[in-house]
Design a protein. Structure first.
Ligand SMILES: [Zn+2]
Length: 238
């Protein structure tokens, strides 16, 4: 492609992006060719998605990530990402992760509940593995944690002296395993697997690099409410 034609192509893409409309798969593919490095992000109003799927729960029949036929439909809560923070801030203030957890547990983080969400066989397998791994980590961690404390207590009671430090090792390992379970839970979350997330203000749901077959179904369900968004607005789960 000549430089002038390429420049024209980029200008055309900019115009379409400014228009903010979702223009169809052919154009999208062309845009991807020109802007190969940019992720495609589609967004829909969160409330409309929830109510459309409540009216017809199985109307989406393709997986958002792979485009494969749905192997099953599940109820999913599409979560907003944690508050964006710089890597340096995370390093300096490790407690910021605890803030994320408290925001999640207190329900302060925006979320979009949807019914009858399509998952293909690959996504379901990944979700099952994540849940199974999380359960295994929690149970093993709990056994280590309680076992270590129990052994320490038993030694203290039987000898009348403080238990040696190594007795705490199983407890600390158990605690670490239970914390790791949170990572497995996140990895097995359906919304995370299909790369969907609610925006921080709770108004919209975004799909990163959705499969064209899924994008078609989404457009059939919500029509002109499916828009392309600027992927640089907000970090998106991968
Ligand atoms: Zn899939």
């Amino acid at each position: 492609m000549s430089p002038s034609r390429q420049a024209h192509g980029c200008a055309a893409v900019q115009d379409r992006r400014r228009a903010g409309g979702y223009r169809g798969l052919d154009e999208r593919a062309a845009e991807r060719g020109i802007m190969a490095s940019a992720a495609t992000v589609l967004e829909v109003p969160a409330g409309e998605l929830t109510s459309a799927l409540r009216r017809s729960p199985r109307s989406l029949d393709r997986c958002a990530r792979h485009g494969l036929p749905a192997d099953g439909h599940v109820d999913v809560t599409i979560l907003a990402p944690p508050r964006p923070r710089g890597r340096l801030y995370r390093l300096i203030f490790p407690y910021s992760y605890l803030e994320d957890v408290s925001e999640l547990l207190s329900g302060a983080r925006a979320r979009t509940p949807v019914t009858g969400w399509p998952l293909c066989v690959r996504c379901r397998r990944r979700s099952r593995w994540g849940r199974m791994l999380a359960r295994t980590l929690v149970v093993t961690g709990l056994v280590g944690f309680v076992g270590g404390l129990g052994a320490g207590l038993a030694l203290r009671l039987s000898t009348g002296q403080y238990a040696p430090t190594w007795v705490m090792v199983p407890s600390l390992l158990g605690l670490a395993l239970m914390l790791l379970a949170a990572v497995a839970v996140t990895a097995g979350r359906a919304d995370r697997i299909v790369r969907a997330e609610t925006t921080r203000d709770g108004a919209r749901v975004r799909f990163t690099d959705p499969h064209p077959q899924f994008a078609d179904r989404l457009r059939a369900l919500l029509g002109g409410q499916v828009l392309r968004s600027d992927p640089t607005d907000q970090p998106v789960a991968g």
